[in-house]
Design a protein around this ligand. Sequence first.
Ligand code: GLU
Length: 307
Amino acid sequence: MERPVVGRFAPSPSGYMHIGNLLSMLLAWLDCRALGGELVFRMEDLDPARSKPVFAEAMAEDLRWLGLDWDRGWPDPDFAQSRRTARYEAAFRRLEERGLVYPCWCSRAERLAAANAPHPGEQLGDAACRCARLSREERAARLLSGRAPAWKLRCPDETISVADGHYGLFSQNPAREGGDCIVRRADGVYAYQLAVSVDDMEMGVTRVVRGRDLLSSAPKQKWLIETLGGAAPDYCHGPLIASGGGKLSKRLGSLSTRELRVEFSPEALVGRLAFFCGLIEKEEPVSPRELLSVFSWDKVAKDDILI
Ligand code: GLU
């Protein structure tokens, strides 16, 4: 049965958005609106140490300023990950019943790094982690030590393929590439891969549009959703913006929305983003709604956009 189209914005309020975040949000909005779908705005404020309400407020305000609207979501508490712990807990218990999670006593630094969204260069391989292979005695001794473990997902040792709407077929063996990931930290906070999968599933998301740095997470998320009994969304990743050019472009690449808003009108900024990613041939001010008539993934760049 055809499911109604549901897209989402899912920023992490750990700082102000920058031009790369804005491009991802614009593409998510265009994709969803072009399909006549409903847009959900989810606040990914999982990590209490990094998330700040001031950034959450600013993100919502920046999206409105840019002309990107949504249909349901934040500030409704049901759409803030920090308020959805019971749902992650329920999914975790289901995975536990099936033997798909195991305790891990590796160091705190390793756990924290592995629990955040794995942007390139951040993902820790877990080759050094022996926790999945502890003998019964070793595990019992660690449990007795009183130190709370993190919990890791036993990733499937099989090829999982995702038909990405922009980059084509992407296949990965999650157990061998990237390895088991933390789903619950030692301090009880649920981690990115579990939370995002549960949320996309329970919010009925059918279109995940985001930056291509998260393409490598898609097979794991698809598998998790299907393992939990849900229907995986379609994934469509977009190009990243990298500031590699001269002085001016480096500056633009590092500016936050707060600063960009001083220099640009909303239409001028949308026009620049649309020009950067290939949607329009000449840079000129345009509103997101006006862009809808020319939007097509075929026009969107695949390579990183060097500014
Ligand atoms: N919250 C993540 C980020 O801001 C994005 C998660 C996702 O789109 O799956 O990097």
